[in-house]
Design a protein around this ligand. Structure first.
Ligand SMILES: O=C1O[C@H]([C@@H](O)CO)C(O)=C1O
Length: 559
């Protein structure tokens, strides 16, 4: 419900429920009986207030508002161990925050691997009253992408933290707005599928979400990926797309036949319905960056001049080869910020450069991901409270490393694969400009280096550039300081580096991590903090656990 003053109040209950996301009955984490959760729709400048009740029987929960910077409300970022205490079963937490900028966003669980369990939904912010988007469209669609496993998230978590590690493997299905098809295909009748044609009436929970369009119009398709693992590529049969937005920031429009989207990213594309209106067309998403074992996600672009059940003339577009990284890099390099008042120009210099080497490691037989040889293990007391109140016992007081040994060979498996774990914090100077160089490397196995999409909470960063091999000082000359995209998620390509710059202007404690859910679970993240002394009025509910919990118990009459 909403009113004219720009306040949106939602009462949500999170609970497990039976659902068939891909035609196979399973259990998902739903909100108010829905999967995916309800879509939030607001205008830039509005206040969103979600009163969340945890109806899970035996688990805590939190929700992260992905892409919302939480200026002045760092306790509402929804990250367990970082911004708040988890909401225990039966408890209520009020997420109240301003959505300060129009764009395509989403929300998801950020405790353990609850995002993989289906705790997610879309969040759309329209321009403020009287403002205009820098492009025109007649209608819009919103596609939230995810991947789905038949194995429960509980088993996945236990497997990942066992010795030896049991990997989750590839997903059983890709979902568009929570809908996918397992064991049958919408496109089987073209003859090149090992599945039979799906028998769907349209009322099933797993029936595809069809895009019904009028001919000769322009549609905005919003696409966000909250996959646990899969990097995806979108193509629409016979149609080109014009990419205009990424992560809530406008882009210099560019035309493309297909679009790569990594977990944690969002895009808007414009689609002109200018093709033969006596036909329908495929919309397909396929896996990139890992050898696919999951069929494409499919749905239909239905020109309303036809029945929605009329199948397209030709088979779905073929996804580029999973390891065609030249294709991915060419796409990433086309993404440039629009010259627009809503997007700040990059700072020309930096105060501090932090180089983060990403490696896969071992620790006492466990498999981990580490950053400069530290695998993140989150503390029991959330940092926001422990830093604000100076509780030094709450986490590692040693500074995490700024760089990695000079002679480390990023093209080879680690010579010494042993890692350490830790939970130290990168304390950033308030209002300082920080450069982060994300350095990829070979994993434990020879000739393997994987894609990692890194997501920063509380900020957007400028993506200054991508490069091959080990970053060197002279690579700095190649930085794009003219029109770098301003985003909250950026990918590192295998054996490559990605350079980011941001201004530490948001008082709070902010996660920066690989958005691949099992990788974060295995330690692939770091924690930044800035200006925490300026944070006022942290709600008690965010502090009522661990050492901050104890601190606030003092003076009570419990003896
Ligand atoms: O973290 C990972 O583990 C597996 C593999 O490296 C070991 O099974 C994989 O593909 C990952 O991304």
């Amino acid at each position: 419900t909403s009113n004219k003053t720009g306040n949106h109040f939602y009462k949500w209950e999170v609970e497990y429920m039976y659902w068939s996301p891909d035609g196979i009955e399973n259990v998902v984490m739903g909100i108010n009986g829905q999967f995916p959760g309800p879509t939030i729709r607001a205008r830039a400048g509005d206040i969103v207030h979600v009163q969340l009740t945890n109806k899970l029987q035996t688990e805590g929960v939190v929700i992260h508002w992905h892409g919302i910077r939480q200026k002045g409300t760092p306790w509402a970022d929804g990250t367990a161990s970082i911004s708040q205490c988890v909401i225990n079963p039966g408890e209520i937490f009020d997420y109240r925050f301003t959505v300060d900028r129009a764009g395509t966003y989403f929300y998801h669980g950020h405790y353990g691997m609850q995002r993989s369990a289906g705790l997610y939904g879309a969040m759309i912010v329209d321009v403020a009253e009287g403002e205009k988007e820098p492009f025109h469209y007649d209608g819009e669609f919103d596609l939230l992408l995810s991947d789905w496993w038949h194995q429960s998230v509980h088993l996945q978590e236990v497997g990942l933290s066992s010795r030896p590690m049991r990997w989750i493997n590839e997903p059983q299905a890709l979902l568009i707005n929570g809908r996918g098809q397992y064991g049958c295909s919408l496109a089987a009748h073209y003859g090149n599928s090992s599945f039979s044609q799906c028998n769907i009436t349209g009322h099933e929970q797993w029936a595809p979400y069809i895009l019904h369009v009028d001919p000769n119009r322009t549609y905005r398709i919003r696409i966000a990926s909250t996959t646990a693992l899969a990097s995806l590529n979108l193509a629409i049969g016979n149609h080109k797309m014009v990419v205009v937005e990424a992560d809530g920031n406008y882009l210099q429009p560019f035309e493309t036949n297909d679009l790569d989207i990594y977990s944690g990213e969002s895009y808007s594309v414009l689609l002109k319905t200018s093709q033969d209106s006596s036909q329908n067309y495929w919309i397909s998403f396929g896996v990139r960056g890992r050898e696919p074992q999951t069929p494409q996600a499919l749905t239909i672009l239905n020109y309303k001049t036809n029945s929605a059940s009329k199948l397209p003339l030709s088979p779905p577009p073929v996804t580029p080869r999973w390891d065609d990284y030249a294709h991915s890099k060419a796409f990433s390099n086309k993404i440039k910020a629009l010259d627009h008042k809503s997007i700040p120009k990059p700072s020309p210099t930096y105060h501090r450069r932090i180089v983060l080497l990403n490696t896969q490691n071992k620790m006492n037989g466990y498999t981990k991901w580490s950053i400069n040889n530290v695998s993140l293990s989150l503390p029991a007391t959330p940092y926001l409270g422990s830093i604000r109140f100076g509780l030094r016992d709450a986490f590692d007081q040693t500074k995490p490393p700024e760089d990695f040994p000079e002679h480390y060979d990023v093209m080879k498996p680690p010579v010494n694969h042993n890692t350490t774990t830790g939970n130290g914090v990168y304390m950033l100077g308030y209002y300082s400009t920080v450069d982060v160089i994300l350095q990829n490397a070979n994993a434990l196995k020879e000739n393997v280096s994987e894609i990692h999409p890194w997501h920063l909470h509380g900020h957007d960063f400028w993506v200054l550039g991508y490069g091959e091999g080990k970053f060197t000082r002279s690579d700095e000359k190649k930085f794009n300081l003219k029109d770098p995209p301003y985003r909250n998620t950026a990918v590192i390509f295998p054996y490559g580096w990605t350079a980011l710059r941001f201004v530490a202007d948001n008082p709070g404690v902010w996660a920066f991590h690989c958005h691949i859910e099992p990788h974060l679970h295995m330690g692939m993240g770091v924690v930044f903090a800035e200006g925490v002394q300026h944070v006022a009025k942290i709600p008690k509910e965010a502090l009522s656990c661990g050492l901050t919990g104890k601190k606030f118990m003092t003076g009570s009459h419990l003896g």
